[in-house]
Design a protein around this ligand. Structure first.
Ligand code: FAD
Length: 392
């Protein structure tokens, strides 16, 4: 891509974590032109960012995801240096503990080796060591566990979004509350976005950061971006017994649970036949609590046999149905349309790295820090998946 000129305009569609990190990174990278973030709902109540479990892990099957998480964790650790002394996102670096079955030992050992070779600090625990280190966990059926001793844990996504938005605004980024309803194109360029209030904003570059709705938004352009909204329910509950130093646990059965405040949050994917595209459906999938979440939870962590549900909420994963990985970089025909979407449930942690990548692409004409080429549009065009194997 050619370098951007200081008089150019950038329009970013979607102003949650991806859009805001893109805007802020562009300014930090020295972009002097106009940046307009178009966000249809400044309350963000339905954004994935506000509804997410806000956790970060380096245990991925795709090296570029590990690199992005390491950058994210570094930023979260140094949040005051980045956003000022008052900045606080409550980063708890308590690790992910991922349990594997007895038939998964070789595969999980290889994954841990790969993750370590990319800078992740992953420890392997066999059942005896697992039981000694995390006594609350029943090791039945577990053949191996992997634990991220650094760079993994959880934080407050809303605080992170608030910080980056405020910082972007202070650097002169304009946020407009309106819905993008379409795009104007000429030849190989997007020349402007149309708003549902009838206005039009001209642009030299357009960044697509509309989360789970990204696929639908570009469909009228003839672009088949395989990003769809899938509903994921989070249960917030308390138990009579507190488990000390409990990590983010991913069970062999697919449920996850982690501490949150004085209690816990957790969830599990619905079965494939129930996992239809979510559209506007934000009603929690309450039935998942009774079957299968709670029985699985109580079996794996007997201290959680008694629990009191506080509340449940549902948000949308922006699932890239091709391979569960993000799409970052320009479209091949509309070269100034840049994707920053499709992260399939791991986008909050990756937003700092994606924002920086978008800025490098626009300002310098190519990726400079982390090479995001593997996440590019080409794989969508050619149906060549870069499969993320560790998905929850
Ligand atoms: C239950 C749940 C748990 C999760 N857990 C984690 C986790 O532990 N760790 C992690 O890293 N990620 C997690 N995620 C995923 C993470 O939330 C997303 O990957 C991330 O928030 C994506 O950010 P985004 O800015 O692309 O999308 P969003 O936050 O959805 O933002 C998109 C924005 O675009 C706006 N928009 C959409 N269409 C238009 C339009 N036409 N015009 C203008 N604006 C528009 C929307 O209003 C919205 O504000 C989870 C998600 C869910 C639902």
């Amino acid at each position: 891509m050619p370098h951007a000129h200081s008089t150019e305009n950038i329009v970013i569609v979607g102003g949650a974590i991806m859009g805001s990190f893109s805007a802020w990174s562009l300014r930090r990278g020295g972009f002097k032109g106009e940046i307009t973030v178009v966000e249809k709902d400044s309350s963000y109540q339905y954004s994935s960012t506000a509804l997410s479990a806000a956790s970060i892990r380096t245990q991925f099957g795709t090296p570029v995801n590990i690199a992005m998480s390491l950058f994210g964790a570094q930023m979260f650790r140094n949040i005051k240096t980045v956003f000022g002394d008052d900045a606080d996102i409550g980063f708890r670096e308590k690790g992910y503990l991922i349990l594997g079955g007895t038939d998964q030992v070789a595969e999980r050992l290889a994954a841990a080796e790969m993750q370590r070779s990319h800078g992740a600090d992953i420890q392997v625990l066999f059942p005896d060591a697992l039981a000694a280190r995390f006594p609350g966990i029943d090791c039945d059926g577990v053949g191996i566990a992997t634990f991220g001793a650094q760079h993994e844990g959880w934080f407050d996504a809303w605080s992170l979004l608030s910080l980056v938005r405020k910082a972007a605004r202070e650097l002169g980024v304009r946020y407009v509350e309106a819905a993008v309803s379409g795009f104007d194109t000429q030849g190989d360029k997007v020349t402007g976005v149309r708003l549902s209030n009838g206005e039009r904003i001209a642009c030299d570059h357009c960044v697509l950061a509309a989360g789970a709705l990204s696929g639908r938004l570009v469909a009228p352009l003839g672009i088949q971006l395989p990003v769809v909204p899938k509903k994921r329910t989070v249960f917030s509950f308390r138990t009579p017994f507190a488990l000390q130093n409990f990590p983010m646990l991913f069970d062999t059965s697919g449920f996850w649970v982690r501490p949150e405040g004085n209690g816990y949050i957790g969830g599990i994917q619905p079965s494939a036949e129930l996992d239809v595209d979510a559209d506007d459906d934000f009603e929690p999938h309450h039935a998942l609590m009774e079957d299968p979440f709670w029985p699985l939870l109580a079996t794996r962590i007997p201290a959680m046999q008694e629990l009191r549900l506080n509340r449940a909420w549902a948000g949308h994963y922006e699932v890239n149905t091709l391979d569960h990985n993000g799409v970052v970089g320009p479209h091949d025909e509309l070269g100034n349309l840049i994707f920053a979407t499709g992260f399939s449930g791991h986008g909050v942690q990756h937003a700092p790295a994606v924002g920086r990548a978008v800025a490098e692409l626009i300002i310098q004409g190519g990726f400079r820090s982390i090479d995001m080429t593997p996440l590019g549009w080409h794989r969508i065009r050619t149906s060549t998946p870069l499969v993320e194997s560790i998905v929850y």
